[in-house]
Write a protein of this length. Structure first.
Length: 246
């Protein structure tokens, strides 16, 4: 027994837009110059006839023009030709930094083959949805603790308020504390942690000592990562200047 296909329509004045859903769930959209009731009777007869829903099939019984979804403005004829070439060659999206709906591309004759789902390369959900595997991706949700970050945040916020009544911006430290400053302050906090853990009096609470120590360690890491980025940028600039002019 054939599965009944569904039609939906909307009308503004005398033009009717009909979306017919095929049994595989794929939407076909047409604009029809008929009144809604006439559309219903004749279109329902066609979409439930068992024939594939195509513009040509609809045209046999209704005066239609296919509704073609427009391409984004950046898609020139040359870019569209490259999409068509890549699809015909079985390649993937030739412009991975740009995104166009698959349905829009299909309206303009570009049909990419669906990639096979590889359980080793994808995370497959019970719903049938899948995405790239996360086995080689950093898991911040697992690696970090929100309790730890909240504690450091509270410590940082408390120390924005200075003795002279002024309030520092939350990212004031990113303007540039040097390594020696982070190291010396970190060691002072570390000594207080050590004293408290041994049962001796200290100059601050254990919470402040731990969070202050952590802040200074994070500051040293911050400075080191900035130097790596700057060094990489300098290498890229040197390489670019070394290339002969075209």
């Amino acid at each position: 027994m054939a599965t009944k296909k569904e039609t939906k329509w909307t009308s503004d004045t005398d033009r009717v837009k009909v979306m017919a859903f095929d049994v595989d769930g794929e939407a076909k959209i047409f604009e029809l110059s008929l009144a809604p009731k006439a559309v219903m009777a004749r279109l329902d007869k066609y979409v439930n006839s068992g024939e594939p829903i195509t513009p040509e099939g609809v045209a046999k019984i209704l005066p239609i023009r296919a509704y073609v979804r427009p391409l984004p403005e950046w898609v020139t004829p040359e870019i569209l030709d490259e999409y068509k070439r890549a699809a015909a060659a079985g390649e993937t999206n030739p412009f991975p930094g740009r995104c166009i709906s698959r349905h829009v591309l299909e309206d303009h004759g570009v049909v990419f083959r669906k990639a096979a789902v590889d359980p080793a390369a994808h995370t497959v959900f019970s719903t049938g949805a899948y995405r790239d595997s996360d086995k080689d991706k950093i898991d911040f949700e697992g690696h970090l603790s929100p309790l730890t970050l909240m504690a450091i945040g509270r410590y940082m916020h408390k120390h924005r308020f200075l003795k002279d009544g002024t309030v520092r911006a939350s990212d004031n430290w990113q303007l540039g504390f040097d390594d020696a400053s982070f190291l010396k302050s970190g060691l002072r906090h570390q000594m207080n942690v050590w004293l408290i853990m041994r049962g001796h009096p200290a100059e601050e609470s254990l919470d402040d000592a731990l969070n202050g120590w952590a802040f200074n360690v994070l500051g040293l890491i911050h400075n080191r990562e900035k130097r790596k980025i700057e060094a990489a940028g300098n290498r890229d600039a040197d390489a670019a200047s070394a290339r002969p002019a075209a």
